[in-house]
Ligand binder design. Structure first.
Ligand SMILES: C[S@@+](CC[C@H](N)C(=O)[O-])C[C@H]1O[C@@H](n2cnc3c(N)ncnc32)[C@H](O)[C@@H]1O
Length: 226
């Protein structure tokens, strides 16, 4: 087993343990009172979805975005939720059943190997992409599958720009149980995500949220490049 496989196994184990109470504990993520719902609303708005369209929710977890997405695509649209952790998907399935949604399908897959449906209208990923080592490739695969005016939106946490390393570590101590945070701070995956989106998408917008502790990146496919 490679170190990458071991890291992924640890991640799955972590989310298996969290799945049952994720909907409640995520309200404390990354710290109690964090404006997560406002950020989710902004991310869904940035997708520019219309009724009847199809959206992929990449690393959907327990499906906390589904209600917001349902509101914009309506019963005639389609939502595809993808996640690596079986237990998170099981909670997502419960949510679908409880709400009687008939237009959501779930796929148990690693984002890195996921085959995006061709011509998909939008792709969303919230609080997950910085955990995917192959995030740049996933952005590229998704971008190439988008419809002509399709949009890719990533919302995730980051370390504020002007924060010294030691302070960032202190500030993110609360999220330490959620990830190998030191490695995450060193790797700065939000930069790779920004660079990949700039390469693959037209009109990229990058907005820092809540004092630079999160980012909302959005872009559309634009003209097809050769
Ligand atoms: C913090 S949760 C976020 C879940 C959801 N997007 C939300 O906003 O509540 C991170 C999710 O990413 C998933 N994940 C992490 N790495 C992944 C990968 N390589 N492929 C697919 N899903 C992944 C985990 O299983 C987990 O459900």
């Amino acid at each position: 087993m490679t170190p990458t496989d071991r890291t992924q196994e640890r991640l799955i184990e972590t989310y298996r343990k969290k799945a049952k109470h994720y909907d409640i504990t995520s309200r404390l993520y990354p710290v109690p009172g964090y404006p997560q719902r406002t950020q989710r609303l902004r991310a869904v708005h940035a997708l520019g979805l219309r009724p009847g369209e199809t959206v992929v929710d990449m690393a959907c977890g327990t499906g906390l975005n589904f209600r917001l997405l349902e509101k914009v695509v309506g019963p005639g649209g389609r939502i595809v939720g993808v996640d690596l952790t079986d237990a998170m998907l099981a909670r997502a399935q419960d949510r679908i059943a409880t709400n009687g949604w008939r237009n959501i399908s779930l796929v148990h897959a690693d984002a890195a190997g996921f085959d995006f449906p061709a011509g998909v209208n939008a792709i969303l990923s919230t609080y997950a992409m910085t955990q995917v080592p192959e995030c740049a490739e996933v952005i590229a695969h998704g971008a190439r599958a988008l419809s002509g005016d399709g949009r890719w939106v990533v919302l995730d946490l980051k370390v504020p720009g002007r924060t010294p390393g030691w302070l960032a570590q202190l500030g993110t101590a609360t999220v330490r149980p959620f990830a190998a945070i030191d490695e995450w701070i060193m790797r700065r995956p939000w930069e790779a995500i920004g660079a990949a989106m700039r390469d693959e998408l037209a009109d990229l917008s990058w907005t820092e949220l809540f004092f630079g502790t999160a980012f909302l990146a959005a872009g559309s496919r634009g003209p097809v490049r050769s």
